[in-house]
Design a protein around this ligand. Sequence first.
Ligand SMILES: C[S@@+](CC[C@H](N)C(=O)[O-])C[C@H]1O[C@@H](n2cnc3c(N)ncnc32)[C@H](O)[C@@H]1O
Length: 334
Amino acid sequence: MHSHDNPPKNKVRDAWMDFLPASFDIDRAPVGLYLPGAENLELDHYARKGIAPRQLIGCERDVAILPEVVRNARGIRVIAGAPAAAAPILMRERIAPIRFANLDFEGGYETHVRDILAALRLTAPCCDDSSDLAVTSYAARGHSLRDGSLHASKFRSTLDDHEMVYTQLRMMERRYEIAATMLANPYARPYSHLRRELGFMWWMVMGLGLMDIGRHGYGAFDTKFLSARISPGIDAIELRLNGNGHGEGLRLVREPMLAMAMEERTTILWPTAFRHILYYSPSGQPMQAWFLKYWRIEGGRYSLRDLCRQVWDLAVRTPLTFISADGMDVTINN
Ligand SMILES: C[S@@+](CC[C@H](N)C(=O)[O-])C[C@H]1O[C@@H](n2cnc3c(N)ncnc32)[C@H](O)[C@@H]1O
């Protein structure tokens, strides 16, 4: 296990701290959840924002690392297990909704969707303050052209302008190509980074857009709408992609059923800021980090489709940051 005290990781941690509010005006309620790991390197940064250790919750699911996490907890509450397992415990205790979650996983985000949704439930904003979510995951693992076509087609089906989607996809892909020119060992193809990101962004549309506020102010994810109204549209896209044969490039299909379903529901959560960062771990593993800020809004105003446009705009408009092995950062926008 390598140390997380290394130049790129330290830079990403600093970027997360810059993304969060400078200070938190909260008295005793818990404020944040994170994965401290054995070293607990975030704690001093949170302290500089005025957060006391007892306002922080750390999750660790690896029992081999847990004793070290506890030894280094320095006053934070440690929960043995993943955020998805911690959420019902915290909800039962009626811990007040949390303001932020930093999930820096070791692995692909696809295997941690339940943890990501649990973090969104715990951080569903209740008043005038924003909430923030960070997700870091391995960037290289298997994102095929087919996954990319599927994720891009979900956005293509929801957004109106075909030409615009194509041009903006190409523009985003280009950013990753530029980042790839700086990689020592670019074994993940540039487009696979973008495809992973689109998959994650779609989860953000679903996670924020299908969140109701349930008992005691926690988010409640509307799985019924997901399976009854969204899944048939996605299945239709998959069917058409399967029938289209396998080409070299990204294929976009437009499924009107999906756009229609997304007009039927309104959202109470709204994202306003995004950051995406590409960097390498000391073992040469390409990593992607995404930060998202979101707010509670009046219900009935914006549809899921509006939310999808907003998430897409954030992805298009936000420059990509690449952090080199020695911790230098490059902002890429085109
Ligand atoms: C990347 S390290 C944490 C680094 C630390 N946050 C920092 O800024 O240096 C991730 C830690 O979380 C644990 N972990 C990974 N996935 C997890 C999950 N889904 N639930 C709980 N713990 C997890 C790992 O075992 C590891 O100890």
